[in-house]
Design a protein. Structure first.
Length: 85
């Protein structure tokens, strides 16, 4: 499908046909190794950053880390009882 490119202030814009409408307020744009533009909807930027961070640590943390965290939580001392202030 061919569409129109136009200027919008100091930016270049592309009219997105109805068949390709995105259900997002923000998009991530990048260029592939072949020079093509790739546009992806960004649902929640914070969720994307967290997902990328978890994926980066996934290989290093693994099942051993999760098992250790669970063991540490089981071995914690019970909460202390204190007088009210």
């Amino acid at each position: 499908m061919i569409t129109r490119v136009f200027r919008n202030g100091n930016s270049q814009a592309v009219r997105i046909p109805q068949a390709f409408r995105l259900d997002a307020d923000r998009v991530e744009i990048s260029r592939t190794e072949h020079g093509d533009l790739l546009i992806r909807p960004v649902v929640d930027d914070r969720a994307r950053v967290l997902r990328e961070a978890l994926e980066a640590f996934d290989d290093e943390l693994g099942d051993a880390f999760v098992a250790q965290v669970c063991a540490d939580r089981r071995d914690q001392a019970p909460p202390q009882e204190r007088d009210a202030l």
